[in-house]
Structures are given as C-alpha cells and as structure tokens.
Write a protein that binds this ligand. Structure first.
Ligand code: ASP
Length: 358
C-alpha cells in the first residue's frame, strides 16, 4: 500500500495540487483572528540580546547581574499575565525595566552612534488585531516601547522616525530624559575603541543586547515587542530590524508572536519575524483543512524557527528569536553562542538562561 492510500478518498482528493491550494487559501482566509483551539493559559518569553557570550568571559558578578535583570523583567511580565492582564501590557511591563537597565542595549545604556549620540528604535504588535506601532532613530525617549505603542493607539500610522517621532512624543506626554541619563561609560569606550582600532560594529558589539518580549494572555491574545539602540557606530540614519514590523517584531493570534535580536540587516532581508509566523500559519491551515492530519504538533514551531534562523546564518548573519504560540509554547532559537533570555508559563515554567548549552 503506498503512503497516500491509507487516507480516505475524500482526503486523497485534497492532495491534488489545485484542490489543496484552494483549501489552504480558504482556510487561511477563514481562520478567525482569535482562533484558539488549544488555548492553554498564559506564557511569556523575553530576550536581552544574542551574540558571542561565553561563560569564560563573564565574571560571576556579571553572570548574576544579567540573570537578576532578566528575572526581574520576566517577573514583571508574568505578573500582568497571572493577574489576567493583556499580552500587550505584559510585554510592555517586561521591556520597560530592561530599557531602564544599562546592562542592555535599549533605552538607558544603549550603544552610541558614530557621532556619539543615542538613537533608539522600537516596535510593538498586537496579535489580536494586527495593529502595530514603531519608532525609529529617536533620542531622549525613556521608554521607546511605550512610544511605539502610542503610535499604534494614538496615530493613524505604523512607524514614525526622528524629529517627527520626537514631536509626537512631546504632544503625547511620553517620558523624556536628558542625553546624559542614557549614556554609559562602557558604550562610550566601545565607540572610541571602534574608531581607534578601525573595528566593525560586530567586533565591538560581540553581544548585541537588544531587548524584546512576546506573550500569550489568558484571553488567547498574542503580542510582541522589541526595543534597541541598534549597533555601535551606526551612521547615516541607519535603522535595523527592531522597529520593522515583519523583521524584528511580529504577532498574529493565528500563528505566533516573535521578537528578534541580532545583525539587523540580515533579519530585514529574511523578514524573520513574519516568515516564522507565516510558515506556522500555512502549516496550521493544512492541519485544519486536513481535518486532523498533524502538521504542527509539539516541536514543530521549534523546527520551523530554527530553519528560519538557519537561513539568516547561511546569508552570513547571526542572532536569535523568541516566540510564543497560541497553544502556549514559549521558545528560543538562536545561532550564536549565547542569548540572554527567559520564559515563564502558567504551567509552571520559570527560567532564565544565558549560554547556548543551558
Ligand atoms: N537587531 C538590532 C539591530 O540590528 C541589534 C540587536 O539586536 O542588538 O539594530
């Protein structure tokens, strides 16, 4: 018996290419934005950047400081979800303490541009409605993730940049801080070393340090957000993947929520966040159209994310993603030696990790 003949005739018809395409298309269109067949409580994953992070290069104190900062952010997000709050509120609650923490390359402690300034990028997406907001190249904004959310809720646009975004921030009472609040000695030294030794951003910025969070709330809604200072020594108004919906951030209740970190140019070219969600959506559509023939069981989202990260690696890029699915899986995928990360779920998972072997 060949493989196909074990399926009923009706099912075999599904496999003719035309019928299959039609069925998949109709299911994609028909899947409601809130479809949650296998809703399982809440879950959240966070990251604080990926890169060359080796145990032997970290002191015990540094290791402990990163773990404490990650746990603090994770706890803030998990608390919102545990109390029945929304995925959007949870990711903002997780990201803001990391924006304030000079350990990470976002908000306070972000990397410096070639001209010695700090230009911040952030984006946020609501998987329930696929509304999104983003800011790029902004200065003086304490919480760029909050501003991105305001762009989403209080403007007809998705992305604002530079001076215009700052004017919008002032009009909408975003919290502002003076330049010296953001700048740290460590980032100043990185820029000076980069210039003196003619190093690339990757040589100086061996750990990227962008922050992000993704969450599923107990109403079955997904959300994703990412915030960064970009890459050391960036110039000419360079913008990375973090504020680009579909590259650094994406959320769709029908498939997943993703936040990325790494060498932004590659993440933009691959369209990492949207590619992962889109492939999951198509796979789920096959499953639904196929009336139970499993396509997206446990482990599938991991394989799929790994394959997209492999695509980034093949092009020459590195970094990682965090992901949550509508069924509550919270996953990481990265092709670097470490990623500052954490995850918590209503099923009792609660962990932070740094190196690839843990
Ligand atoms: N992806 C960010 C960028 O390219 C950098 C990072 O993740 O740290 O701007």
């Amino acid at each position: 018996m060949d493989k196909m003949s074990c399926y009923p005739l009706r099912m075999r018809g599904f496999f003719t290419p035309f019928a299959r395409a039609l069925a998949v298309l109709s299911v994609i269109v028909a899947l409601p934005a809130t479809a949650q067949e296998d809703q399982a409580g809440w879950s959240i994953a966070i990251h604080g950047g990926a890169g060359t992070i080796a145990r032997e290069d970290m002191t015990e104190e540094q290791d402990a400081a990163y773990r404490a900062a990650l746990q603090n952010a994770l706890d803030a997000g998990a608390k919102v979800l545990r109390e029945g709050g929304s995925a959007m509120d949870a990711i903002q609650a997780a990201i803001e303490p990391m924006e304030d923490d000079p350990l990470f390359n976002a908000g306070r402690g972000a990397v410096l541009t070639w001209d010695g300034e700090i230009e911040l990028d952030a984006s946020i997406m609501d998987g329930r409605t696929r509304d999104a907001g983003a800011v790029a190249g902004v200065t003086g904004i304490r919480h760029p993730i909050a501003l991105a959310r305001k762009v989403m809720s209080d403007s007809p646009h998705v992305m604002l940049s530079g001076k215009g975004a700052e004017a919008f921030a002032t009009e909408h009472d975003a919290e502002l801080m003076p330049p010296e609040w953001f700048e740290t000695e460590r980032r100043r030294e990185s820029l000076e070393r980069m210039k003196a030794e003619q190093l690339s951003a990757i040589d100086v910025d061996v750990k990227f340090g962008t922050v992000g969070a993704v969450a599923l709330d107990s109403q079955g809604n997904l959300a994703a957000g990412t915030s960064t200072g970009g890459m050391t020594g960036k110039r000419w108004g360079r913008i990375g993947d973090a504020p680009i919906i579909g590259a650094g951030t994406y959320a769709d209740n029908r498939s997943c929520a993703v936040s990325a970190t790494g060498w932004g140019e590659y993440f933009i070219r691959v369209g990492v966040a949207k590619t992962i969600c889109e492939r999951l959506l198509v796979a789920r559509s096959f499953e639904t159209a196929n009336n139970g023939m499993p396509a997206t069981g446990s482990g599938f989202a991991q394989i799929l994310s790994d394959s997209v990260m492999e695509d980034v690696r093949v092009l020459g890029g590195d970094g990682g993603v965090i992901l949550v699915t509508p069924s509550g899986e919270a996953l990481y995928s990265f092709n670097t030696s470490g990623m500052y990360r954490g995850r918590a779920t209503s099923q009792g998972v609660n962990e932070v990790a740094i190196y690839s072997d843990e």
